[in-house]
Design a protein around this ligand. Structure first.
Ligand code: 6R9
Length: 666
């Protein structure tokens, strides 16, 4: 049986870049697409030539599906390309990081300063017995030292495995043991919503549970008494953990006295740069592996083209380095382009709900890259917060992490972008390493809610269940499974310690393409519309309906701030639509409003998509990177015992939804 995905929601608005933006854009000739497609290896090779290599490659790509190798024979160092070469080229005085702590402390680092610090840190890491080929776990809050730690590992050829600084001791233990990390780099704590996350104490707990590979813990003092003193605030009271002599080492005791000369390790293009764990829908997290040369080519090229970097830009990607977005679009891509960027430590509502906009105003941010979940939160908080700030420095906006609903897109465009900034909606994954589907802001007119076109050189298409390329057999418009048809330099090289799982997860559904796990449609203009994970797509009376489209129809209603939609088992229809809705500040839940919202969905996309159940809620269960956990909502709606909740930001939310649902069902 061949199955396609019905795509119902229509969106006709279109926003081309202004003539002025186009004229100054790094890329503004649409011919680039055809050229890159015709000679994709040559296209990527052109980007490789812009990096500094110790030795040049002899072969661009070797493809033995599902394994690719890029720039074979090439020798390169990622830290060298992100730091040293800029200083060599006379750009040492350019600011690399404007590090803003949540309490308001600001520290600026020029590229020369980064070079000095990273060499001392790299020597300190070496002095703890870590060398090329070893793994280092990094567990810190967002800020300059986290980036320094990543770069220092890259410098000496040790692979980093960054664990998000909000994860539990158990998550650290699992990841440290899987990678057999020798060293953990952490901090005494980090600030989040006015509180201290006791990072060192959490690392202690992880090691107590058993981390036999760890020989040392290197601790940066972020929140302790010296910091309080510089800020003129009382010394904070927090859990400092237990100091283990011989294992634990203060950063300030071992780093500053090191020599500021630490040569970069010449790495083979295919040597491991890092491991990053992604949770996957079930089971043990997968250690996604990225290697050095191809990854740096993919991230530096996409950064330059998609974010249109100019020397004068102040760029701010709000993602934490605990996620792939922080790896590719805070550290490696932007720094390979010698960008000046803001690094912000804390939450968007500390001390007030205008923190992001005050930060844009204060540092005159020109490019802002954030996530739809954040945008919908800002919509809920109200326009008054951004309206009170001067956002006129902004010239380009970006979105990543989830499909952006058209209404959220329009709000971002109008309220944050002042209707003058192009928006790049960038689709990619931890596994792809770099942006795969996006507009090039000087070339491709945007449509609200569409990630638009493939990045030049990338080949994406839509398959049906049986692996037929629907774009070939049916033409556009069409909906189905999103696949990537040819290798790209920053693709994952596999799963650490489990190559069978790599093949099974990404290369077994279809015999001749990488299956990303997402559904998508391609419209008549050849624009991609991401429909969410295929596991989340509903089958209602024989029609595959995207949860994302129904959510967008709900968010389109003036009283709705956010919505999560799932398919719930139903005797007649197979699945029925169930919706969880968060209202905007002023709106009150009522049965009438529930009826009105159901009707609104039916009017926007058809009776088929009308929700059977509609529950008002104050919050939704989300992962810590802001993705809605629909799997748990299905458990709630179908009255099942809740599945794994360990990756949730706040497990209490789903519990309270469960009670609410059961009350309603009576
Ligand atoms: C970068 C990142 C990957 C999954 C991906 C997809 C969703 C990311 C998106 C998007 C629609 C976008 N996703 N960006 N969906 N439009 N612009 O988020 O990586 O954490 O590995 O998640 O996120 O479902 O498959 P990762």
């Amino acid at each position: 049986m061949s199955e396609t995905i019905d795509t119902l929601l229509q969106e006709d608005r279109i926003f081309p870049p202004s003539e002025a933006f186009k004229a100054n854009a790094n890329l503004n000739d649409p011919a680039i697409y055809g050229q890159a497609d015709a000679d994709w290896q040559g296209w990527w090779e052109g980007w490789a030539e812009k990096l500094d290599w110790f030795e040049k490659w002899h072969t661009v790509v070797e493809w033995n599906q599902p394994y690719s190798k890029w720039f074979l024979g090439g020798k390169i160092n990622a830290c060298y390309n992100c730091v040293d070469r800029h200083v060599k080229n006379g750009l040492g005085n350019r600011i690399a990081w404007i590090g803003e702590g949540e309490p308001g402390d600001v520290r600026e680092f020029t590229y020369s300063m980064v070079l000095e610090h990273v060499q001392r840190l790299a020597n300190a890491i070496k002095s703890l017995g870590v060398g090329k080929g070893d793994r280092v776990c990094i567990y810190m809050g967002q800020g300059p030292e986290l980036c320094l730690a990543m770069l220092a590992c890259a410098r000496i050829g040790a692979a980093h495995s960054v664990v998000f600084g909000g994860f539990s001791a158990q998550s650290i233990q699992e990841r440290v043991n899987d990678a057999e990390a020798k060293l953990v780099i952490t901090a005494d704590g980090s600030w989040r919503r006015g509180n201290i996350i006791p990072l060192k104490q959490i690392v202690d707990s992880a090691i107590e549970m058993g981390c036999p590979s760890v020989t040392n813990v290197l601790v940066y003092e972020r929140v302790g008494a010296p910091f309080a003193e510089t800020m003129g605030i009382p010394a904070p009271d927090y859990n400092r953990g237990t100091w283990v002599e011989g294992r634990d080492v203060w950063w300030h005791d071992v780093v500053p006295q090191q020599s500021d000369d630490c040569p970069c390790e010449p790495m083979d293009s295919e040597d491991l740069l890092y491991i990053l764990y992604t949770s996957g829908s079930t089971g043990k997290p997968k250690g996604i592996m990225h290697t050095t040369g191809g990854y740096l080519v993919g991230t530096s090229a996409t950064s330059k083209c998609v974010f249109d970097y100019k020397d004068s830009d102040i760029y701010w990607c709000t993602a934490d380095c605990g996620w792939v977005t922080g790896h590719s679009y805070v550290v490696y891509g932007p720094m390979a382009n010698c960008v000046t960027q803001v690094l912000y430590e804390g939450s968007p509502d500390t001390p007030e709900k205008d923190r992001f906009w005050r930060t844009v105003e204060k540092h005159k941010v020109t490019i802002l890259y954030t996530a739809p979940t954040a945008i919908r939160t800002f919509m809920k908080w109200g326009e008054e917060y951004p309206a009170a700030c001067d956002l006129s420095s902004l010239r380009l906006l970006g979105s990543v992490g989830e499909p952006i609903n058209p209404e959220a897109w329009m709000w971002y465009h109008r309220v944050i972008g002042g209707e003058r900034c192009p928006i790049v909606d960038t689709w990619w994954q931890t596994e792809t390493g770099a942006i795969m589907i996006t507009s090039l802001p000087g070339i491709v007119p945007a449509k609200p809610g569409s990630a638009t076109k493939v990045f030049p050189g990338v080949w994406a298409t839509i398959y049906d269940e049986d692996g037929n390329d629907l774009v070939k057999t049916q033409g556009v418009p069409v909906g189905g499974f999103l696949v990537l048809k040819r290798p790209w330099p920053s693709m994952l090289r596999g799963i650490w310690g489990d190559q069978d799982r790599y093949v099974k997860t990404y290369w077994s559904k279809f015999s001749d393409a990488y299956f990303a796990g997402d559904g998508a449609k391609l419209d008549a203009d050849g624009y991609f519309w991401l429909l969410g994970r295929v596991d989340d797509i509903m089958l209602v009376s024989g029609h595959n309906i995207s949860t994302m489209e129904v959510e967008s129809a709900l968010v389109d209603h003036p009283k709705v701030a956010e919505a999560a939609v799932i398919g719930k088992a139903h005797d007649v229809k197979g699945q029925a639509v169930a919706a969880f809705v968060i209202l905007k500040g002023s709106a009150e839940p009522s049965d009438e409003l529930a009826q009105e919202l159901k009707k609104h969905v039916a009017t926007k996309i058809g009776a088929l998509a009308r929700p059977d159940d509609l529950i008002f809620s104050a919050e939704l269960p989300k992962t810590r990177s802001g993705k809605i956990m629909r799997r748990l909502l299905r458990d709630v709606a179908e009255g099942r015992v809740l599945g794994d909740v360990t990756t949730l930001a706040d497990p209490a939310i789903v519990q309270s939804l469960k009670c609410q649902y059961e009350d309603k069902e009576g």
